[in-house]
Design a protein around this ligand. Sequence first.
Ligand code: 13P
Length: 251
Amino acid sequence: MTKALTPLIAGNWKMNKTVPEARALAREIRQGLSPSRGVEVAVAPPYTALAAVADEIAGSPIKLAAQEVFWEKQGAYTGAISPLMLTDVGCHYVIIGHSERRQYFGETDETVNRKVKAALEAGLFPIVCVGETLEQREQGRTFAVVEKQIRQGLAALAPGQGERLVIAYEPVWAIGTGKTATPDQAQEVHKLIRGLLPEVAGAADLRILYGGSVTPDNAGELMGQPDINGALVGGASLKAASFLGIINAAG
Ligand code: 13P
């Protein structure tokens, strides 16, 4: 039960938006943001638009996030982006372990752990994603799957580093499907995660975001749950009006 935490609403733009489109969306969000609603806002454009969006949100409270990172500092890793490159371009957060990375790009709990450590070491704030598939839920394995992802993804962090984490619970069956977890379904998993954090991350008071078909209509009820401290938004973050609607529902 950690409602004193400032909620975080983060927009994961995934593989959407050219540079001009990203600039326009960032500008619209910036202009539509009501001052100091007590909600933190972040946007995660694709890599190609990070610098342009950094420029658009400069001097605003909106924080920049990347969608992915590699753990090495530099070298012959064609196509990869290092933590330093992200801080250099103005990123505060980085999403790690999204289910789409796990599903399509071979991400495992072990690679999540390496990326989390490297990101923390570089001064980034990781948003670490966990969540079960529909099959795992139907087999009654939700808690076991999420616990394993948390324990392995956050294993062996340096003392004090865990405090800089954000966790995102994103049930895979709710992502992009229009099927949102009910507030009760989400809350019970958030509570499980909250209970693991002191032991695993050395910190209980981390923000735990919910992700999966969040809209302005369902955001308020989800955010009303005791262990839901914000949202990681996909589809509804691609239009300023719906993203701002979610931010307003959280504040
Ligand atoms: P949707 O909001 O489109 O379901 O996506 C959720 C998500 O994956 C955010 O990271």
